[in-house]
Design a protein around this ligand. Structure first.
Ligand code: ADP
Ligand code: MG
Length: 673
């Protein structure tokens, strides 16, 4: 815009003069049309509406443009007000040739110089009188507070001080037209363009509007009044008659006006092309506010549109919260379940022979760094008796560290000691299930049981830690005796049934498994053993959790997509429904970027609002989840993600409708039904 020459600064203020129009012929020419033509291209035939219009209007004049309906008055007014461009000819506004300025520059000049008053008022129905009157200042550099104050001041001057917060639908036609006049004056309104301003009013209210126009004229403003009514035209100081697109006469009014006081000296007109900051932060805040307002006007429709976003964001949040929680819960559970426990048992070697594990293997593993315990075990099913109770149970001859390694909890008594192992003591620790079978109604502690024919004294009762899962009964259906006793009394020189290996950290399970395998392989010279490792189970659970997350993520993404399309749809409907509003805003100086910003902000506001509600829904679901015995963790990441999703959805799906709105032609938009 900087390549546009600034308007000439030597447009001097009107010098007061004598006569019925004090500014007379000495005032500067503010509007100059030369050889202006306007042709509408409708289909294959061109319709010429204005023919070779030559016209000069001086600052401070009160001009009526009069002609029958269809003669081209409104077309001429739209050209004068920079709402439309002539097909040929030149238009100089305050000394600047504006014929070839860009649409944005037209919008800026419009905002700074013109005030439009329409036959049908064209107020925005969702906004109060104050907001309607203040609207043009949204597109100038006025602060919100000054806009507010000025709108109030103007409305009060127009006798609407008691109607500031009323909507247009709650006001009479005369009141609405006065709000429209206040709006025309908001940014200064040096040139008032009034198209049939009294056309829809009764004579009393029409009279009032004419009085206001006289007052504005007396205050130094240029008033251009368009009418088909000779009585109305007669109130102007100069009457230009137009017929079939041609000016047929241009003469002073026949009315004998009383002498007029000299007009105030106005600032010279100077167009400012720049609107200040490139990053219109205040504009965004304003656009968001406007968006909220128009959405409030249609709460139900907006809510329906938001549902997709709400569900999308809600499911993303709830699922991520549940996902994080169930993962954490799983890790805890796996630790309890002994995922860091590894079991090594004999297997067939490469020649098909069964391998043997022995104490030196257990010792070998115990010496590997990172291994907490390496416990040798020999077990077999045996018949156990006490009194007349008997049961078939696994009798495990185990090393001292069995209890720690396998996380057994002592319910009664103690586990056996190193001393018991050294002395091959005939002591036994019963699993809970075995204890209950053998001692249904007495305390097993200190009593004797028979394993085969060998008596053992019960010194403790134990159960598995965690106490959950299917394994519990099996793990509790056991008797543990010192390994030395087992060898001496029950099993002789049998090789080990199993070596139970406890790893310090879950992360080390896999590398240590490799090390143990290597060590045993080189000791045995063959793979005659197998390593059982529950980390594989953990991995497969993690895998399924990942699949679960992908599934839920897709649900969220699809909902957001559907929601976004809903928002786009509603915004397109919005653009169509509010075409006239867009035209009015453009007439009041809104550039296409302002309109685009407004509609984009609305889309983003809808989506963010949906995001907030969706977040509420998601967090709500996350709180309900524990009631359904699902673990939950509220984490900030899904929230941030949800908002980002909502925002991006708004920007993407709001862009096209907003662009469509901004590309509307002001005249076409303004004449929309
Ligand atoms: P007036 O305001 O004097 O009643 P207008 O300026 O509105 O007249 O219209 C003058 C002529 O131009 C009419 O014949 C009208 O049909 C035609 N016209 C106005 N706007 C358009 C347009 N956008 N496209 C085609 N023809 C138009
Ligand atoms: Mg008209």
């Amino acid at each position: 815009m900087s390549d546009v020459p600034p308007p000439s600064p030597d447009v001097s203020p009107a010098a007061p003069a004598e006569g019925h129009d004090p500014r007379g012929l000495q005032a500067p020419v503010i509007i100059s049309l030369r050889g202006l033509n306007k042709v509408y291209e409708t289909g294959d035939t061109d319709l010429q509406v204005l023919f070779d219009i030559n016209l000069e209007i001086r600052e401070g004049e009160f001009v009526a443009i009069m002609g029958p309906s269809g003669s081209g008055k409104s077309t001429l007014m739209n050209l004068l007000g920079l709402m439309d461009s002539p097909s040929s000819g030149t238009y100089e506004l305050a000394g600047v040739d504006v014929t070839h300025l860009s649409p944005d520059e037209h919008a800026i000049a419009r905002g700074q110089l013109f005030g439009f008053i329409f036959q049908r008022y064209n107020l925005l129905s969702n906004e109060s009188a104050r907001e309607n009157a203040g609207m043009p200042a949204l597109y100038s550099n006025l602060s919100a507070a000054s806009r507010h104050d000025r709108a109030e001041e103007l409305l009060t001057q127009l006798g609407l001080g008691h109607r500031l917060d009323h909507r247009p639908s709650h006001m009479s036609g005369g009141e609405q037209q006065r709000v429209a006049i206040a709006r025309a004056l908001m940014n200064g309104g040096r040139i008032i363009l009034a198209d049939e301003p009294t056309g829809a009013l009764d004579s009393k209210n029409g009279r009032d509007v004419m009085e206001f126009l006289h007052t504005l004229h007396a205050g130094g403003r240029t008033v251009i009044l368009i009418t088909h009514d000779p009585n109305v035209a007669a109130e102007a100081r100069r009457i230009i008659r137009i017929h079939d697109g041609r000016i047929i006469s241009d003469e002073p009014s026949p009315t004998d006006f009383p002498p007029m006081a000299s007009a105030p000296v106005l600032e010279p007109i100077r167009l400012h092309w720049s609107r200040g900051s490139l990053l219109p932060l205040r504009d965004i805040a304003e656009a968001v506010k406007m968006g909220m307002r128009s959405l409030r006007a249609n709460i139900f429709r907006t809510f329906l549109t938001m549902l997709g976003i709400i569900i999308g964001v809600g499911s993303v949040v709830a699922m991520l919260n549940l996902g994080v929680a169930s993962r954490q819960e799983q890790e805890k559970w796996f630790k309890k379940m002994g995922t860091n426990l590894m079991r090594i048992g004999p297997s067939t070697n490469s020649r098909g022979a069964w391998g043997a594990l022995n104490f030196s293997d257990a010792k070998l593993i115990a010496d590997i760094p990172g291994v907490l315990y390496s416990v040798p075990m020999i077990y077999e099913q045996k018949l156990i008796r006490h009194g007349n109770q008997s049961t078939q149970t696994t009798v495990s001859a185990v090393g001292r560290k069995f209890q720690e390694s396998e996380d057994r909890i002592m319910l009664r008594g103690t586990f056996f000691t190193q001393e018991d192992v050294e002395n091959s003591a005939a002591v036994a620790v019963l699993g809970l299930k075995t204890a209950m079978t053998l001692f249904p109604d007495s305390d097993p502690l200190g009593q004797y049981i028979l394993v085969g024919n060998t008596p053992f004294q019960v010194i403790g009762v134990m159960t598995v830690s965690g106490g959950q899962g299917k394994g519990q009964d099996r793990e509790d259906d056991v008797i543990c005796i010192p390994i030395s006793t087992g060898i001496a009394r029950l099993y002789g020189n049998k090789s080990l049934s199993q070596i139970s290996v406890k790893i310090g950290r879950i992360e080390d399970v896999t590398p240590l498994q490799d090390q143990i395998t290597e060590a045993l392989k080189s000791a045995h010279g063959d793979m005659d053993f197998r390593v059982f490792n529950q980390a594989a189970i953990l991995e497969s659970y993690r895998q399924s959790a990942r699949m679960w997350n992908i599934l839920l993520g897709s649900i969220g993404a699809i909902s957001l997509l559907v929601g976004g399309i809903g928002v786009m749809n509603i915004m397109l409907v919005n653009v169509v429904e509010r075409t006239r509003e867009i035209g009015v805003r453009m007439a009041c100086g809104a550039r296409s970027s302002d309109i685009q910003m407004q509609f984009l902000a609305e889309a983003v506001v809808v989506c963010l609002l949906g995001g907030v509600l969706g977040l509420g829904l998601g967090v709500g679901l996350s709180y309900i989840a524990p009631l359904m015995k699902l673990p939950v963790v509220i984490t900030p990441l899904p929230m941030i993600l949800a908002f980002a999703c909502a925002f991006v959805t708004g920007v993407i799906f709001g862009f096209w409708p907003a662009r469509k709105a901004s590309k509307l032609n002001p005249v076409v938009a303004l004449s929309a039904e």
